[in-house]
Design a binder for this molecule. Structure first.
Ligand code: ADP
Length: 167
């Protein structure tokens, strides 16, 4: 059985992430989404919230599980008995960062292979960070095609009546 992990912060999960999980679920027998507990960036959602939103987003994918982890990503891969780590690549900025991480991961765990799936054209410029700014300062109805209804509702709750009122 070929198992892959798909690690990330998912703060919160977007349709870009969901597209990557969906495609990975077709390539592997099982995909374990790893929600990293303590990324080196400011988070809007707690680990519990990020896991719950991801679980809801992938509920229809029968070979996908969602777990949280706080170890090195390659150690999470080993714990899950996954020889493959999946990442999504958007144009430009993602490549250098992914390359750097891949080199370090190869050093730490030569047995774990990286598989990068190219982000679909419509999600190339979708990031959790920009999404959060759009809802916080803009009009949440404009980002309805970028996230699930549950994620949009969660974002509106975080940013209060101002964001909610604009939709
Ligand atoms: P991290 O903090 O580890 O970069 P993210 O939650 O931002 O985690 O993203 C997880 C993975 O999904 C990364 O491989 C990232 O490049 C990828 N990703 C992020 N946004 C998109 C998108 N719009 N389309 C496809 N892949 C994406």
């Amino acid at each position: 059985m070929k198992v892959a992990i798909y690690p990330g912060s998912f703060d919160p999960v977007t349709n870009g992430h969901l597209d990557i999980v969906t495609r990975a679920a077709r390539l592997f027998d099982k995909v374990v989404v790893g929600v990293f507990d303590t990324p080196a960036k400011a988070l809007l959602f707690s680990t519990r919230e990020r896991v719950d939103l991801m679980r809801e987003a992938v509920a229809h994918l029968t070979n996908v599980e969602v777990k949280t982890y706080s170890t090195l990503t390659v150690d999470f891969a080993r714990t899950e008995k996954a020889p493959v780590l999946v990442r999504g690549l958007r144009m430009g900025s993602d490549f250098e960062r992914e390359f750097e991480m891949a080199m370090m991961n190869k050093q730490l765990a030569p047995d774990v292979e990286l598989v990068c799936l190219m982000a679909r054209a419509e999600y190339q410029f979708l990031s959790s960070t920009l999404l959060k700014e759009a809802v916080q300062f803009g009009d949440s109805s404009k980002v309805e095609n970028m996230v699930s209804p549950a994620v949009l509702a969660a974002l509106k709750r975080k940013f209060g009546p101002k964001a909610a009122g604009k939709n």
